[in-house]
Design a protein around this ligand. Structure first.
Ligand code: ZN
Length: 510
């Protein structure tokens, strides 16, 4: 007696081979049989005629770890077919922390606290470089001393021994951005001792994209680490097309024998804070009250503006104010529109918004070209992601949290035919499962975990946009996690079958 049989579906198994028709039998959370006509008894049968059956999607860059304690359901993830998320990118993780907190003191204490909490979706995580730096030298913009470096390494080893995938950098964010290349290499060498993985939000994704790619490639070559370029893109109009060069650099390095990937979300707008977008890191004050104070000084405003214009051009019309506590009436408007309303220039309007929101304003930055997005989606080593934290009751401010995977399959695979569907599914499943060493996941195969999506390939589509960011997708019939149905017609039923997955490290040479 099986727990579940999926009958007559079109199976795309995650490996990239052509789709085929068959039945799938599930018992005790595993795929136990794949055959053309399974007639045995089963507690439940799903009629998948006309539907596509794939492994559950793996969100290769998720930030879901941010809210896993407060918001373990992760509804926005499971309701777009994501059964496993890779978190902790861009340098930022809850642990280790300098705060006097038993749970977040070390990566291990955090893992101990989360590993028995049932989650809506599985999660596995990096440890963040900003978190290491914060815990040891706070937000100070300087090199670590030798003993501070050793302390960071000790925290990093502790994380590797307690289930971290590896180390993530967020080289535009404080304090990760204060590290020089030498520091990155020294820390990555520790990750290499454990055969871990490194990911980087590189130092610049616009005018200095090529230099930033070069820097991370240097780290990779020096350490021979397996590496992932986070949310690969080229920002701002004069830089469009540079992804051809950056991906060529990556391909050339792969051809030399290095193991390198990137992740990408299928949108033309990125999303971050207005502060991180506008204020150069050398001027970025440490906390919100200092930023507010700094922006009341007109000389400082001039300086920030001058640096921004020299790097990014003089218009802020590409920035959409997405979430803003002090000025909810401006949410959904572009900065130039807000400036017009207020009778100000773009920059003064933006600075006033930062002050009014106590530095918390979030923006969507329409900075990429459609052609570049497609080019990166096509790259044979790119994996699909949301790059978004779950919402934790806060307002969603970028549609990628709800729509990345259905949008990729609906717009870029079905409509624009950027990649064939079998290859597309591989980018959503087996590729990230192999990169992040998720054993038993990412493939429709006997003995593998029964994490499965069933959808209508003619109909699946994202419904979330920049105005209605929270809308559910269409065309996703079932999501099965650990052998149980958790989503029906894109609606989550509340069953928590996910857990925090520990990364198994193996020492070099073992
Ligand atoms: Zn990032």
């Amino acid at each position: 007696m099986y727990d579940l049989i999926i009958k007559d579906g079109t199976v795309i198994d995650g490996t990239g081979v052509p789709a085929y028709h068959c039945d799938i039998a599930i018992a005790d959370g595993k795929i136990v049989r794949i055959a053309s006509d399974i007639t045995d008894e089963s507690k439940k049968i799903i009629d998948a005629r006309g539907l596509t059956v794939t492994p559950g999607f793996i969100d290769s860059h998720s930030h879901s770890d941010n809210a896993m304690f407060d918001y373990p359901d992760m509804i926005e993830k499971i309701e777009q077919g994501i059964t496993t998320s890779i978190g902790g990118q861009c340098g930022s993780t809850l642990a280790p922390s300098d705060k006097n907190d038993d749970v977040f003191k070390t990566f291990g204490s955090m893992v101990n606290a989360i590993k028995n909490v049932p989650l809506g979706s599985n999660i596995k995580s990096f440890v963040g470089h900003s978190a290491l730096r914060k815990a040891v030298i706070g937000y100070e913009n300087r090199k670590p001393s030798e003993s501070e470096m050793n302390e960071m390494k000790t925290l990093l080893r502790e994380a590797m021994e307690n289930g971290a995938i590896g180390l993530s950098f967020g080289l535009i964010y404080t304090p990760s951005c204060y590290a020089d290349t030498k520091e990155l290499i020294e820390l990555v060498k520790v990750v290499k001792e454990y055969n871990g993985i490194v990911s980087a939000h590189i130092r610049n994704e616009g005018f200095e994209l090529i230099e930033a790619v070069e820097e991370f490639l240097t780290v990779i070559k020096e350490t021979e680490i397996k590496a992932v370029f986070s949310h690969h893109k080229s920002m701002y109009h004069p830089n469009w097309g540079k992804v051809k060069e950056s991906l060529r650099m990556i391909k050339d390095t792969v051809a030399e024998g290095y193991d390198i990937y990137c992740d990408v979300y299928p949108y033309e707008a990125s999303s971050t804070s207005l502060v991180a977008t506008l204020i150069a890191k050398e001027l970025r004050a440490l906390d919100s009250s200092e930023i507010v104070k700094m922006l009341s000084d007109s000389n400082m405003r001039d300086k920030i503006k001058e640096i921004y214009i020299s790097k990014n051009g003089n218009s802020l019309s590409n920035l959409l104010l997405a979430q803003c506590k002090g000025y909810p009436e401006y949410e959904g408007m572009r900065i130039d529109e807000i400036a017009n309303l207020r009778g100000q220039n773009d920059f003064d309007a933006a600075f006033d918004i930062i002050i009014g929101s106590r530095a918390a304003a979030k923006i969507c930055n329409f900075s990429m070209s459609e052609e570049d997005v497609e080019y990166v989606l096509k790259y044979e080593r790119s994996m699909i992601c949301t790059d978004s934290s779950v919402a934790k009751n806060a307002k969603i401010y970028h549609p990628r949290l709800r729509g990345s995977f259905p949008r990729f399959l609906g717009i870029y695979v079905r409509e624009k035919k950027v990649v064939a569907i079998e290859e597309a599914i591989r980018k959503c499943t087996l590729m990230p499962a192999s990169v992040y060493e998720l054993s038993g996941k990412g493939k429709i195969c006997e003995g593998f975990d029964a994490d499965i999506c069933i959808f209508d390939a003619e109909r699946i589509i994202d419904k979330a946009d920049y105005i209605n960011c929270s809308s559910r997708c269409d065309g996703l019939n079932y999501v099965i996690l650990g052998g149980e149905i958790v989503v029906e017609n894109a609606i989550y039923n509340g069953k928590k079958k996910g857990k925090f997955i520990l990364h198994k490290y193996n020492h070099k040479g073992e």
